[in-house]
Design a protein around this ligand. Structure first.
Ligand code: ASP
Length: 355
C-alpha cells in the first residue's frame, strides 16, 4: 500500500516524546459530499483544524492510508496493515495512535491486542462522533488526550502498555469495549472491566487495572487471522433452516454463539442436534452472552448444560467483538482442537476473566 506520511515537528524546545498516528479514516476526518452523506478526506484537512498540534511537546508523524475509509469498510487486511505499521516503526516512537471510525473500532482494537504480542508501548485508538470541522466536535479533545496518554511514562516505562480506546474523557481496554451509542459522545462502554483512566484537569490512571508486562520481552507481530467465522445470534423462534444454512456455510471454522443471559439457548432437539453435528465436523462454538454486562456460566441454568455437553466453549465475560477476532486469531494460528480449546477457555491478553 502506498501510504502518505506527514511530519509535524514540535515547536517546543522541551520536546522529548514522539508518537506515530496511523490515520485510517472515520467521521473525525469526514466532510459532506454533494448528496449530504459523510465521506472521509485526507489528513491535511484534519490538520487545518488543529493548528495547535505542534505546540504539544511531542514530535508527531502521521501515516495516512492512501484512501481513508468509513470503518464499515475495514477488514482483516486493514488490521494487518495497521499492526504491520506499528511493528515496523516500533522502536522509533514512544506510543501509537490509530485514528479510525467508531463503528468497528472495538473490532480493530481487539484484533490488534492479539496480533501485537508482548506489546510494551501504548496503542490508543480514537476518533470522533462529529467531524473535526464541526464546531461542537469531540475530535479535538479525543485526539489531544490520546496523544498525551500514548507518550506518558513512569520511570521511563509506558504507563499503558496495551491496546486501548480513548473516547469522551475515558480510557478503556480495547478488547473489553463495545460501541453502544451512535448519537452521544460517550459512544463506548466496557461493562465487564474497569476504566483504565479518567481524564479531567489531570489524567487519573487506574494502575491496578492496567496490564503489566515482563520487562525485556520483545514485541512479536502475529498476523495470522482466519476470517472463516460467523456470529450466530439466537432469538425466540429461530428456525432450523436458518441455523443449518449458517452452519453449512462452506469453509466455516468457528461460530460465536450469541446466547441469552448467562449463556442460555433453546433446548429443542433439532437445535442441539444441528450444533452437535457441526461440532463433530470440527466447527468451534464460542458462547458469548447477548447481555453487555455479566458472563456466560455453563450449567447455571439447565438451558446451557447441553451446550457444555456437546463441546461449546464458554467465552465467559468476553465481548462479541473480542470473541470474533479471537476466533479468527486462534483459528489462524492452529488447527489443533486441544490448543484451540485451551486458548479460547482463558484470556490471551486481558480480554476475558481468568476464571
Ligand atoms: N461511520 C463512521 C465510521 O465508523 C462512524 C464514526 O467514525 O464514528 O467510520
Amino acid at each position: 500500500m502506498k501510504y502518505r506520511t506527514i511530519e509535524i515537528p514540535s515547536s517546543s524546545p522541551r520536546t522529548k516524546a514522539s508518537v506515530l498516528i496511523i490515520y485510517a479514516g472515520g467521521t473525525i476526518g469526514m466532510i459532506r459530499d454533494g448528496s449530504d452523506s459523510l465521506i472521509p478526506v485526507n489528513f491535511n484537512q484534519i490538520l487545518q483544524q488543529l493548528p495547535a498540534l505542534d505546540s504539544l511537546e511531542v514530535a508527531i508523524t502521521v501515516i495516512s492510508f492512501p484512501n481513508p475509509v468509513d470503518s464499515s469498510e475495514m477488514d482483516v487486511q486493514s488490521w494487518k496493515e495497521i499492526a504491520g505499521l506499528i511493528f515496523d516503526h516500533y522502536d522509533q516512537y514512544d506510543g501509537f495512535i490509530v485514528l479510525q471510525g467508531t463503528d468497528t473500532m472495538a473490532y480493530t482494537a481487539s484484533a490488534l491486542s492479539y496480533m501485537l504480542e508482548n506489546l510494551s508501548k501504548p496503542v490508543v485508538l480514537t476518533g470522533a462522533q462529529l467531524p473535526i470541522s464541526a464546531i461542537r466536535s469531540d475530535a479535538r479533545p479525543n485526539l489531544i488526550s490520546a496523544i498525551e496518554i500514548a507518550v506518558m511514562k513512569m520511570n521511563g516505562i509506558s504507563v499503558v502498555p496495551e491496546v486501548c480506546i480513548y473516547f469522551d474523557y475515558r480510557l478503556l481496554r480495547g478488547n473489553r469495549t463495545s460501541k453502544i451509542r451512535s448519537s452521544r459522545f460517550n459512544a463506548f462502554e466496557s461493562e465487564n472491566y474497569p476504566t483504565l483512566a479518567e481524564v479531567g484537569i489531570q489524567i487519573d490512571f487506574n494502575i491496578p487495572a492496567i496490564i503489566r508486562r515482563e520487562p525485556g520481552v520483545g514485541i512479536r507481530l502475529n498476523h495470522k487471522l482466519d476470517p472463516n467465522v460467523v456470529i450466530l445470534k439466537i432469538f425466540p423462534s429461530i428456525t432450523k433452516q436458518v441455523v443449518d444454512a449458517i452452519l453449512e456455510t462452506k469453509g466455516l471454522k468457528g461460530v460465536v454463539l450469541e446466547t441469552y443471559g448467562s449463556g442460555n439457548a433453546p433446548t429443542y432437539p433439532w437445535f442441539i442436534e444441528s450444533l452437535q453435528a457441526a461440532c463433530k465436523k470440527g466447527i468451534i462454538f464460542y458462547n458469548v452472552s447477548q447481555c453487555l454486562g455479566g458472563k456466560v456460566i455453563h450449567g447455571r441454568y439447565s438451558t446451557s448444560k447441553l451446550l457444555d455437553e456437546i463441546g461449546v466453549i464458554s467465552g465467559r465475560d468476553i465481548t462479541t467483538e473480542a470473541a470474533v477476532t479471537k476466533l479468527m486469531f486462534v483459528l489462524g494460528n492452529t488447527g489443533d482442537l486441544k490448543t484451540i480449546k485451551n486458548h479460547l477457555s482463558g484470556p490471551i491478553c486481558g480480554e476475558m476473566d481468568a476464571g
